[in-house]
Write a protein that binds this ligand. Structure first.
Ligand SMILES: [Zn+2]
Length: 254
């Protein structure tokens, strides 16, 4: 991106940015001409000098994003930088789900768990997610509906979470067709289910994630007899700040 009109510095929100050109120049222009607003540990917010649209530039200067929800800026800043020691202990005992084979998820430390919120509500399908960038710059829709870690009173294991072996297995699978990364699992009802992609939770036919195991070698059913997983629950994302030490709480291969 390059500025379209040198006489009047604008942004793509007010129509002045031209796509193309050198990324490094865009970053330089933002630093030079935009008004610095707030700095975070991992990036800075700049305002367009023409229309005041806030733009977020991360510290490694790979992302420049307009903020779709500025109300959440302060919310991100007041989240405690550190988890409580009790919460950290739960990361090590439940174990965080690692990035997939392709590296997706490396910017998150994801803990699939159950949480009890400060308002005493219980969420059985909760993903406590520690991340470097503030969630409000993320355009993906599930981020419009996240909670913050300060709303959590207690983290506990969820019965719906898959065990560490199975979760690791789903992370290590490769895509065999576009969007299809299958893992076979066995329910205590004897049914073999076909998971697709990184899977943290399961709840189907009365079988919970913790009641799934690997299909023993030689007992794999024919593909036609496998049951597809239905998407019948909503995972609530709960964001907190990245903690480098807790990358060690991820499931590892032995
Ligand atoms: Zn503008």
């Amino acid at each position: 991106m390059k500025f379209f009109n040198r006489n009047k510095i604008t942004c793509s929100s007010c129509g002045g940015l031209q796509v193309g050109g050198q990324w490094a120049d865009t970053v330089k222009d933002v630093r030079k001409h935009y008004k610095k607003n707030q700095s975070f540990e991992f990036g800075t917010i700049y305002l367009c000098p023409n229309c005041n649209t806030p733009w977020y530039l991360d510290n490694i200067e790979t992302t420049l994003a307009s903020l779709w929800n500025t109300k959440r800026i302060n919310e991100w800043q007041i989240i405690p930088k550190d988890l409580t020691s009790e919460q950290k202990a739960m990361f090590y005992s439940i174990k965080a789900t690692p990035p997939d084979f392709y590296g997706n998820g490396r910017d998150f430390i994801d803990l699939p768990c159950k949480v009890i919120l400060t308002n005493n509500k219980t969420l059985d399908f909760a993903m406590v997610r520690l991340q470097k960038d503030p969630p409000f710059i993320n355009p993906y829709s599930h981020y419009k509906d996240y909670l913050t870690i300060d709303k959590v009173k207690k983290i506990e294991p969820s019965e719906y979470t898959l065990n560490t072996d199975l979760r690791l297995k789903t992370c290590q699978m490769r895509e065999i067709r576009m969007g299809f990364t299958p893992t076979r699992v066995l329910g205590i009802n004897g049914v073999q289910y076909l998971l697709n992609g990184v899977t943290n939770f399961f709840n189907q036919d009365g079988i919970k994630g913790s009641e799934l195991t690997s299909v023993p070698k030689g007992q794999e059913k024919h593909e036609n007899d496998l049951v597809d997983v239905i998407d019948n629950f909503e995972i609530k994302i709960i964001v907190g700040h990245w903690d480098e030490n807790l990358t060690r709480a991820r499931i590892e291969e032995f």
